[in-house]
Design a protein around this ligand. Structure first.
Ligand code: 6GU
Length: 279
């Protein structure tokens, strides 16, 4: 089955289950899935109830598609995403994006937890993703490898403007309104495969090549969304500092990531909701 056929059969199934088709898709990062609580008139579909859908395996990622209204708009929210490090095929990682597209989603909002590479960043900062570096894509793991799914987009899509400027500007205005400019940043997200964190030497390398924050997600989803012509907004919550010194005794750990996510969960939720309102 082609990616299109697979996505189409899932989209057809979901169309029959949900009362209202979504126009906005939202993917929540580690510890940020609580946004689902703000969705009203919700229809919750478990990943495990969708034939052909992968299942979520990470602590802090529940594994539901939540359909409903957020700030008056019809949305679908992925509570828990699929990461390459879990062992999923890239085709599985991107499947939900194509399903969303077939359901009518034209705008994708993604959040993630990331390590701060930019020395000016603090733990707890929220970084608007301006651009990305996909170490996976650059080394042969581009999600569009294989026969082009021309139903979705062209063989050779351009990736400038991947993170829609209009939405980034909207987000900056919103940060002003919410008086959170002091911890709002904008920068370049870089993804490595994981699940191990970077070595200090790797972290210095990532900084050197122009990245501001590092994580293990998002890039495949947004590349596929861009291929399909969606508008995209991405935000990284800086959950921890990366270690750039071999003699440091500090370790990155998932608990710290979840702890920072928990601290910023409320404002991240409000931020995404208000952004949706403004779309
Ligand atoms: Cl420090 N590195 C990576 N690769 N992903 C992260 C992270 C760090 N912190 C949260 N996610």
């Amino acid at each position: 089955m082609s990616s299109y056929e697979n996505a189409k059969s899932i989209a057809d199934y979901l169309s029959g289950v949900v009362p209202q088709l979504p126009e906005i898709g939202i993917i929540c990062g580690s510890g940020l899935g609580g946004l689902a609580e703000l969705v009203t008139e919700a229809t919750v579909v478990k990943y495990s109830d969708i034939k052909g859908f992968p299942k979520s395996t990470v602590v802090g990622h529940p594994g539901n598609l939540v359909f409903g209204k957020l700030a008056g708009k019809d949305v679908v929210l992925m509570q828990g995403r699929f990461h390459p490090y879990e062992g999923y095929e890239i085709s599985q990682v991107i499947l939900p994006i194509r399903v969303m597209k077939l359901l009518g989603v034209e705008t994708l909002i993604v959040t993630n937890a990331a390590g701060g590479l930019n020395p000016k960043f603090n733990v707890g900062d929220m970084m608007i993703i301006k651009d990305h570096i996909s170490l996976l894509g650059l080394t042969g793991k581009n999600p569009l490898v294989g026969p082009n799914e021309s139903h979705f987009g062209p063989r050779f899509p351009a990736l400038n403007g991947l993170y829609t400027k209009e939405l980034r500007e909207l987000a900056k205005g919103l940060a002003k309104e919410l008086s959170i400019e002091r911890y709002l940043q904008e920068g370049v997200y870089i993804a490595q495969m994981g699940p191990s964190y970077e070595t200090p030497a790797e972290a210095r390398f990532l900084r050197m090549i122009g990245a501001d924050a590092v994580g293990m997600s998002t890039i495949h989803e947004t590349v596929v969304a861009k291929h399909a012509g969606m508008k995209i907004f991405g935000m990284s919550l800086i959950t921890n500092n990366i270690v750039v010194d071999e003699d440091s005794q500090v370790n990155c750990n998932h608990e710290e990531v979840l702890e920072t996510s928990a601290k910023r969960a409320e404002i991240m939720k409000t931020f995404v909701k208000k952004l949706v309102e403004k779309l």
